[in-house]
Design a protein around this ligand. Structure first.
Ligand code: FEO
Ligand code: CA
Ligand code: CA
Ligand code: CA
Length: 638
């Protein structure tokens, strides 16, 4: 039997794996790319907020008063490649909780030799910390954290060469995914988790979920185990997050596709079980190495073709009620959700901004039909509303295109909720350089999105065949560095279809390139970085930027060092580096204690390629962890 030759997942990014299995047609026409780049050079100046042409045409210039204030409370630090956390003078960073720490006193401590079992993992803090938030409730401080995924080389790194992966190993990996809710307390100046708190909870790929909104009950959502199409099982690959105005937690299902596979036997051709609609979402005959179909056949699309339609949503969780069932809010669309940034519009409607993190995918917003009133019932607000997708013009303007049966030609709101990418393609949305986190300015109607990088810009279409021309908010072909784009809704109205946009920063390397790849003018040899990903505003209006990029520290990335966290002033464009992470980590997830004297920061996958022993030190397993950062003078951290 000839099996299709499939790549191994080691050393491939998620997007690269999907593209190796489902190759995109090459559309490279270098003449066209170069021409477009040249003809847009003048325009690029017009949309760079802090670039050479700012004086002539910066679209969102600050007022003079705003521009003159220095709101940074720290001295910037140089980058480095140390296997440690580095923070500025006057700050300290301590580990709060690590992958595998037990949440209950009768559960086993993390074992560095075995790296745990399914049983211990199910009662412990999950792996690869990502989006998170802190909630205060009846005198309790609750930390709610996404545990995005696992690195096989780390979780199974205890096994001898050639040892077979057991069902328990696979199950352990599965239970390391999901969400951890854990109470925390500050004892004598040090934060720690509260074991046995009644709020402590693990939500995993095996937890019960309810499907709500337009897709609930649709035929595409029905499976053998759930013939109503309203009850799914589990959540996984929970990336960024959000908080609702009414105090619930939103967790965002991102690369949900990489866990499905197909047992269909094929001779040289594509399995028919991988339909075009599944392929648009990157469902492949082979999974990314998690092997879940081996222990749970719902991950085999040959047997359960609708199961993938039940993942890829934003899930609402009530952290105050440990018995509550999480709700998959299908009205917010199905795609590789990064985060969900909510605002209450002046008229009371709830607006949620969301990115779809894949090369050439789109930026979305959801607008509720109803209005939010504190204390009133909010259950309908995330079920009844309209999804919009962004279309950017090169001149610094843009519009939101509604996704409705009329505009998309699709049969129903349910189909739009399930096949949201196809709906975005149907209306001609702008293909973006991988939209990661969206953050809203705390004091005005201004949003920021991290476009992390896109080596296919100007080279290949997206998974739906939409072209990825160079221009607008994606101004560089083969973009290895990324940029942060911001926009202002017209008249401060988040429900308006019109907005103005500009580029807050083009990441790059000014020590290697003297063209657009050197970055915008607010980047220099001392604050340069690549691949912005996590974004969050503090209460003072500083924008915190976390990176998930190349840490090779050579070639195009020479001098960038390890992944890091910086802060930017939206008014002046100034960017300062605040933190550098340990080797081979990503920095992701940021929130503050209720008194804002502690900043919690997530350190994901230190040593993903085998070169870190953080945080335990020599001889220990590298572990994803959350750190608590405080000022030595006890002052505010943001
Ligand atoms: Fe999980 Fe797009 O980052
Ligand atoms: Ca991310
Ligand atoms: Ca990323
Ligand atoms: Ca990551």
């Amino acid at each position: 039997m000839n099996k299709p030759v499939l790549p191994d997942t080691h050393d491939l990014s998620f997007d690269d794996f999907d593209e190796a299995v489902n190759p995109r047609p090459e559309e490279t026409d270098f003449d066209r790319i170069v021409e477009a780049a040249i003809s847009r050079r003048g325009l690029l100046g017009g949309v760079l907020a802090f670039g050479s042409f700012t004086a002539l045409g910066g679209a969102l210039l600050p007022s003079g008063a705003e521009a003159s204030s220095d709101r940074f409370a720290f001295k910037p630090i140089p980058t480095n490649t140390e296997d440690a956390i580095t923070v500025p003078e006057g700050y300290k960073a301590e580990v709060l909780v690590e992958w595998g720490d037990p949440l209950w006193s009768d559960a086993a401590e993390f074992d560095h030799d075995s790296r745990g079992t399914a049983e211990t993992q199910g009662r412990a803090f999950g792996d690869n910390t990502d989006g998170m938030d802190v909630f205060s409730h009846n005198g309790h401080t609750l930390l709610v954290v996404n545990n995005e995924y696992t690195n096989r080389s780390i979780i199974w790194g205890n096994r001898g060469e050639g040892d077979e992966i057991t069902a328990d190993d696979i199950h352990k990996g599965m239970l390391a995914h999901g969400i951890t809710v854990v109470e925390i307390e500050n004892k004598d100046g040090a934060w720690q988790i509260v074991k046995d708190s009644p709020y402590n909870r693990r939500i995993t790929p095996e937890s019960d979920m309810v499907l709500t909104g337009p897709a609930a009950g649709h035929d595409l959502m029905k499976t053998e185990a759930d013939q109503t199409g309203t009850k799914s099982k589990g959540t996984w690959n929970n990336c960024g997050n959000g908080v609702t105005p009414w105090g619930t937690y939103l967790t965002c299902e991102e690369n949900f596709n990489g866990y499905f596979s197909s047992s269909e036997e094929v001779q040289d051709q594509k399995p028919v079980t991988i339909t075009a609609d599944l392929a648009r979402y990157g469902i492949n005959p082979k999974d990314w190495g998690y092997n879940w179909a081996k222990i749970d056949e719902r991950f085999d699309v040959a047997k359960h073709p609708n199961e993938p339609n039940r993942a890829g949503y934003v899930v609402e969780i009530d952290p105050y009620d440990p018995t509550s069932t999480p709700k998959k809010r299908t009205a917010l669309g199905r795609f590789k959700h990064e985060n969900a940034e909510s605002v209450v519009n002046p008229d009371g409607r709830v607006v949620i901004y969301m990115g779809d993190d894949e090369r050439g995918e789109f930026l979305y917003k959801y607008v509720s039909n109803g209005v939010y009133a504190p204390g009133a019932d909010t259950d309908d607000l995330l079920d009844n509303g309209t999804l919009y997708v962004a279309k950017f013009a090169d001149d610094g303007t843009g519009e939101w295109l509604a996704l409705t049966p009329e505009t998309t030609g699709m049969a129903s709101p349910a189909e739009i909720a399930i096949h949201t990418r196809q709906a975005g393609s149907a209306v001609g949305a702008t293909t973006m350089d991988r939209p990661e986190w969206v953050a809203t300015h705390p004091k005005k109607a201004e949003l920021y999105v991290a476009l992390t990088n896109n080596k296919n810009r100007g080279v290949k279409p997206n998974a739906g065949g939409d072209e990825t021309p160079v221009g607008g908010p994606n101004p560089r072909a083969e973009n290895h560095y990324g940029q942060i784009v911001r926009w202002r809704p017209k008249d401060g109205d988040h429900t308006s279809k019109d907005f103005d946009w500009d580029i807050f920063v083009l990441a790059g390397n000014p020590t290697v390139h003297d063209d657009a790849y050197g970055g915008s003018d607010n980047l220099d040899a001392d604050n340069m970085f690549n691949s912005p990903d996590g974004l969050a505003f503090d209460s003072n209006g500083l924008l915190w930027i976390q990176t998930d990029g190349s840490y090779s520290n050579e070639g195009d990335f020479a001098g960038h060092g390890n992944n890091q966290m910086l802060a930017g002033d939206p008014a002046t464009g100034e960017i300062r580096r605040f933190m550098v992470g340990p080797n081979e980590c990503e920095i992701t997830g940021l929130t503050w204690s209720p008194d804002r004297r502690t900043m919690f920061v997530g350190i994901q996958h230190p040593g993903e390629k085998g070169n870190s022993q953080w945080p335990g030190g020599e001889g220990t397993t590298p572990r994803s962890a959350i750190i608590a950062v405080t000022r030595e003078d006890g002052g505010l951290t943001g």
